[in-house]
Ligand binder design. Structure first.
Ligand code: UDP
Length: 424
C-alpha cells in the first residue's frame, strides 16, 4: 500500500465546483483542473477533499468521485449562484464552515491547495488559524485581466491586494506556464516562491477517435472544411474575432465550410447575453447557414468534435493557460490561437498550429485558411501537437509533479545540527 494513503490534502475552489457540468455559466478550466488534479492525486494515494461553495439546495453536499477523492460543498451566504465578483463577502463564513467540517469529522488538513484569488484568501486565513501549508494556483491574474477590460469591477483593489499577499506568503505558487510566472514577477511581486507546473489533459480520452469516424458520428462530410471553437461564452474569449475571421475566409463561398461554436447555456443565463450577441453577428454577416451552435458539449462527446475539426481556434484576448488548446492538440487537431499568455507555451507556431495577434481578425483568417488549404500540413501539425501534449501535458505527469511538491512541503524541516566539537 502506498505510504501516502493516510495523507489528507484539501483542494479549495470556492467558485469553481469540480463536480459540476462544465461549459456553462462560469464553469470552465478551473473546474476541470481541480477535478482532474484531485482524481489523479487520489490515484497516487493521497486522500483528497475538494471544497467548493454550494449554489443550489438540490446539490448533494458530498460527491464521491473515487474512494480517495470527493467534492464537499460548504454553505457561504444564500444557497444560490453568486457571480464571482460578489463572493468575497461570504468567505469568512466559508472558512467557519470549513473549520466546522474539520471538527465534526475529526480531520485536519496540513496542506491546502487553493485555486483563484477568492480561495487564496481562504487558504491564507487557514494558514493563520491552524498553520496549514498553502500551495496556490491563480488561474487568472487580476493585474493582467484588468488591463484587458474597459470597466474594472469594484472588487479590483481587494483582489489585487490579496493576489500580492498570497504570492508573498504561500509556501509555493504554481504557475501553469512560464508566461504566467513572468506576469507574476513583473506585475504582482518579486517576492515568493514560484514553480511552473502546467495544466494537463486526458490523453486517453482526447485522441481516441479519428477524423473520419468522428465526422460520420456528427453527420459531417469527409470533404467539409470544419473550423471549431469550444468554451465559455465570455466577451474575453474573443469568439467575435473568430466569427469575423471566418467571414473573410477564402473558403467562404464554398459549400463545404462549417463553423462550429460549442459551449454556453441557454439565453437568460449569465452567459446567454454573449451567446445572443455572437449569434447576432453570425446572422448579420450572413453566416447562419454554415454555423452550428451545438450548446454545451459534454466531456464524452468533446473528443469527437475536436477530432472532426480541421482546426480549433482559441481567440482569447488573454488566457493564463487555455485547456481547450491542449485538448484539441491531444486530438491530433492543430490550433490557431491568440499570441498571448499560456497559449504561447502550449501552441508552437508553425509546428503544432499558428499564433495570431489577439483580436486581429484578418490575421486569424489568414492562419485558418493556411491550415484549411493544406490537409497534409494539417496532419503534420496535428501529429506534432499530439506529441507535444503527450510529453508535456498529461494529467498523470502534472499530478506526479504536484505530488512531489506536496511531499516536499510536508516533510518536517531538518533541525540545524549543532557542530560536534571533538575533544582532544
Ligand atoms: N468545456 C466543456 N464543454 C463545453 C465548453 C467547455 O467541457 O461546452 C471545457 C473544455 O473542454 C475545457 C474547459 O471547459 O476543459 C475550458 O477551459 P479553458 O482553460 O480553455 O478556459 P476557461 O473556461 O478556464 O477560461
Amino acid at each position: 500500500m502506498n505510504s501516502r494513503t493516510e495523507q489528507r490534502i484539501a483542494l479549495i475552489s470556492v467558485h469553481g465546483d469540480p463536480a459540476i457540468e462544465i461549459g456553462k455559466e462560469e464553469a470552465g478550466g478551473q473546474n476541470v483542473y481541480v477535478r482532474h488534479v484531485g482524481e489523479a492525486l487520489a490515484q497516487l494515494g493521497w486522500q483528497v477533499d475538494m471544497f467548493t461553495r454550494k449554489i443550489s439546495p438540490e446539490q448533494d453536499t458530498i460527491v464521491q468521485h473515487h474512494p480517495n477523492c470527493r467534492t464537499i460543498r460548504l454553505e457561504a451566504g444564500a444557497v444560490e449562484f453568486v457571480p464571482r465578483d460578489n463572493l468575497f463577502a461570504y468567505l469568512t463564513e466559508f472558512v467557519d464552515n470549513f473549520l466546522d467540517f474539520q471538527r465534526k469529522n475529526g480531520v485536519n488538513y496540513p496542506l491546502i491547495h487553493t485555486n483563484y484569488w477568492l480561495s487564496s484568501w481562504v487558504g491564507m486565513r487557514l494558514k493563520k488559524i491552524q498553520g496549514s501549508k498553502q500551495v496556490h494556483t491563480y488561474h487568472s491574474l487580476g493585474a493582467v485581466k484588468y488591463n484587458t477590460i474597459k470597466t474594472v469591477p469594484l472588487i479590483a483593489s481587494t483582489r489585487l491586494a490579496v493576489e500580492k499577499e498570497v504570492l508573498e506568503t504561500a509556501e509555493r505558487i504554481v504557475a501553469t506556464s512560464p508566461q504566467e510566472k513572468e506576469h507574476m514577477r513583473s506585475l504582482v511581486s518579486t517576492k515568493g516562491d514560484i514553480d511552473i507546473i502546467p495544466c494537463g489533459t486526458d490523453i486517453e480520452r482526447f485522441g481516441c477517435i479519428n477524423r473520419q469516424a468522428a465526422r460520420v458520428q456528427l453527420g459531417l462530410n469527409p470533404e467539409d472544411k470544419v473550423v471549431m471553437y469550444v468554451g465559455r461564452f465570455d466577451y474575453r474569449k474573443g469568439i467575435e474575432t473568430l466569427v469575423r475571421a471566418v467571414a473573410q475566409s477564402r473558403f467562404r463561398g464554398e459549400k463545404n465550410l462549417k463553423l462550429i461554436i460549442g459551449g454556453g447555456s441557454r439565453p437568460g443565463q449569465s452567459d446567454g447575453m454573449e451567446r445572443e450577441r455572437i449569434e447576432g453577428i453570425v446572422a448579420e454577416l450572413g453566416m447562419s447557414d454554415f454555423t452550428i451552435f451545438p450548446g454545451r458539449l459534454s466531456q464524452d462527446i468533446l473528443p469527437t468534435y475536436y477530432a472532426a475539426a480541421d482546426v480549433c481556434v482559441v481567440p482569447s484576448h488573454y488566457e493564463p493557460f487555455g485547456l481547450v488548446a491542449i485538448e484539441a492538440m491531444a486530438s491530433y487537431t492543430p490550433v490557431v490561437a491568440s499570441d498571448v499568455g499560456g497559449l504561447q507555451f502550449t501552441v508552437v507556431s508553425e509546428e503544432t498550429g499558428l499564433l495570431a495577434p489577439p483580436q486581429d481578425e484578418a490575421a486569424f483568417a489568414v492562419a485558418i485558411d493556411r491550415i484549411l488549404a493544406n490537409p497534409l500540413w494539417r496532419d503534420k501539425l496535428g501529429q506534432a501537437a499530439r506529441k507535444r501534449v503527450e510529453t508535456k501535458f498529461s494529467w498523470n505527469g502534472v499530478a506526479a509533479q504536484l505530488s512531489e511538491l506536496y511531499t516536499q512541503l510536508l516533510q518536517p524541516k531538518v533541525q540545524e545540527q549543532e557542530p560536534v566539537l571533538l575533544s582532544s
